[in-house]
Design a protein around this ligand. Sequence first.
Ligand code: SF4
Ligand code: SF4
Length: 364
Amino acid sequence: MLEIVPDIAFKKALKRDSRASLNECIQCGTCSVVCTLAPAERPFPRKEMIWAAWGLKDKLIGNPDIWLCHQCGDCTTHCPRSVKPSDVLSSVRQISYRHYARPNFLGTLVSNPAWFPVALLIPVIIIIAILMMAGTLTIPEGPVNYSAFFPHAWLNGSFTLITFLVYGMAAYGLMKFRSDLKSRFPGIKSQQSFFRSLWQVKREMWLHTRFGECTAQRSRKIAHILVFYGFVLLLFVTAYAIVAAITHNYPLRMINPFKLVGNVAGLMLIVGLSIMIINRLVHKRVYGTSNYSDWLLLISFFLLTISGIVVQFARFQNWGSAYHLYFFHLVCVWFVIIYLPYTKFAHMAYRTLALTYANSIGRK
Ligand code: SF4
Ligand code: SF4
């Protein structure tokens, strides 16, 4: 006899994060019918909804189908019981990457508002400690020069080292996730190589083709394209800035082409993130319930972009508060880049891996 063992703590977390009334689902299947991304065989999200109602954590965590969903909200719009399947899948994804996050406590730190003061104190204390070691924990005299406050070698060296350490631990969680993905489809062999599947998935992501298939949220595709390419450009410019700092061609002048590209990227991010924030505030029915993890990523990313732009003007204008703003900007960098494996940003890695696996076994 098949024994069903519900995980009550998991179900409670799911209800709290999604604010969905899981037991109201009548398994009508409308959500799976309207979903344009669900495969014909064993479509989602109807089966995930019954697993969620029963608290079957093991069935949901490590299930590639929850990552095939792009949270377009079509299923929520059509659900006759207003159960919000789109929000439920979104919450399962968030619980998933927290489940795999190593060390676990960092996942809790950035997913629970009660821990926000600690999440904030960690970068503040570490940055102050690095400044003390560099012997520059004072506001420099004269024209604003950020490298006199935080020498580039210390900044680039320490942040790169910490990022590698954190991402190294996160890679362990990703490996566990990959083995769980395979265990969900026992006996099914890959139809093509991992790298060929990865290339196809990446191409789809770069073109944002799946977003175009959702009908309930048209502006979401534009917002994602702006944020995605704005972020890629910003990473490119940051990499150039690190090289420029090593070769002493720094700081960049305002008319430097890389500086201009960086500002264009900043504007793309501000517009894209603003659309996302407005959509979540105004169109709650279509865009779904926004929980703490959603807001933490959106707001920290927004503040990172705004502070990056303000910090450069503070340097050109020699503002008295420039160094304080710079410190704040570095804390934002920590929240977006170093906490990445534990925030909603982790979607990038988990979704890529899940889609690549699904693609390799022909589940499209
Ligand atoms: S979530 Fe809504 S649409 Fe989907 S099966 Fe349940 S009641 Fe039907
Ligand atoms: S949110 Fe969109 S993609 Fe996700 S299950 Fe619902 S209809 Fe499908």
